[in-house]
Design a protein around this ligand. Structure first.
Ligand code: TRP
Length: 348
């Protein structure tokens, strides 16, 4: 499939029966790794069969932490390329960059007027990110981050929001704010449900299974990057920490093995107990060698497609152009309703 030949269409696809709508977003803030893919994007791809989906690179959230401009641009396109290369289909789903649709920040302002300092102060992510810092040096954007996220979700009247456990509190805040608005001003928003990923999808660090896999924490060996070369992938998995004992199985006393088995299962589609049975009488090294191959061959087609998208940027840029227009059309309707509810004079 050549990258240039299959352009997404310019029109909204027909929507005969109303399927539940989902919105989700990822911040473009660094090297993409297995946690991003298995924990989010892979599920996004599957949800396209059952939901109307909007998938967003949330660059305005990313700038709540200082970014280098060239890197931010690069990371944003890389993230969108991962969506597309993994099977997010811009003909079926709306794929876009948050800052391309100004309605997000506009709705955020209105939501700011009904969100309380107290509820934002209670957000555990805010507390974690600002632990030890004084108000003097905490950016307002860090504090207000959940309100932008609420605007993302509510603008599209999303029924459901697939997120990791760490974002559940933000979706609950979104629900509270939506209900508060609907009650105070009249119904304008759908109150969304969080869809929390099940344990298997939580990918932990390869050198510390107590921590989430992340590009920022720990060493290079703590994560497998989506674009890592096959030898690098094999080596990182070979060097992953293991638990005491020799038996290949999961369980609370075997956090490192549980993580490796989860990754194995997520990529191969084989149920955990079947994998465990396969390694009866075998050792950690056997599991790691096979897991290396499983990950290498699962990532290979994604890597190939990402390189194609990088070689010819027109497909991605066109998808983002169409995505922003389609997103904007939905957002504009919600925003018009919200303005009317609040009493803002319609623009003549
Ligand atoms: N805050 C989310 C995260 O860090 C990213 C995000 C922003 C998001 N807006 C969203 C996720 C809307 C779901 C829906 O993971």
């Amino acid at each position: 499939m050549s990258a240039a030949a299959d352009k997404p269409p310019q029109n909204e696809p027909p929507r005969p029966e109303r399927r539940p709508r989902v919105f989700s977003g990822i911040q473009p803030s660094g090297t993409l790794h297995l946690g991003n893919y298995l924990g989010a994007v892979k599920n996004w791809v599957a949800m396209q069969d059952t939901h109307d989906c909007l998938y967003c690179a949330v660059d305005l959230h990313a700038i709540t932490v200082r970014q280098q401009r060239a890197e931010l641009r690069r990371n944003t396109i890389d993230l969108v390329n991962l969506f597309l290369a993994s099977g997010v289909d811009p003909e079926r789903s709306i794929v876009f960059v948050q800052s391309h649709v100004p309605a997000h920040t506009e709705l955020m302002w209105i939501l700011n007027t009904i969100t309380y300092m107290g509820e934002l102060r209670r957000m555990t992510q805010f507390k974690d990110k600002t632990a030890g810092a004084e108000g003097e040096s905490i950016a307002v954007g860090i504090f207000d981050y959940p309100v932008l996220m609420a605007a993302d979700i509510l603008l599209y009247r999303a029924d459901a929001v697939p997120v990791g456990e760490d974002q559940k509190q933000h979706v609950e805040l979104t629900r509270d704010v939506a209900e508060r608005f609907n009650k105070a001003f009249g119904k304008a928003f759908v109150v969304p449900e969080p869809i929390i990923r099940t344990e298997g999808a939580r990918v932990m660090s390869l050198d510390d299974p107590a921590k989430k896999m992340s590009k920022s924490a720990g060493s290079e060996n703590s994560y497998v990057a989506v674009m890592d070369a096959p030898d690098v992938i094999r080596r990182k998995i070979r060097r992953a920490v293991t638990d005491s004992g020799t038996e290949v199985r999961g369980g609370p006393d075997k956090p490192a093995l549980s993580n490796l088995l989860d990754i194995y299962s997520a990529f191969s589609g084989d149920p955990l107990d079947e994998i465990v049975r396969r390694y009866e009488g075998k050792g950690y090294a056997d599991l790691k060698a096979d897991l290396g191959e499983v990950v290498v061959s699962a990532l290979a087609p994604i890597q190939v497609r990402i390189r194609e998208l990088e070689a010819d940027t027109s497909y991605t840029l066109n998808a983002l152009h169409v995505g922003a227009e389609r997103a904007e059309a939905i957002a504009a309707r919600t925003l018009a309703k919200v303005r009317e509810r609040v009493g803002l004079v319609p623009r003549p």
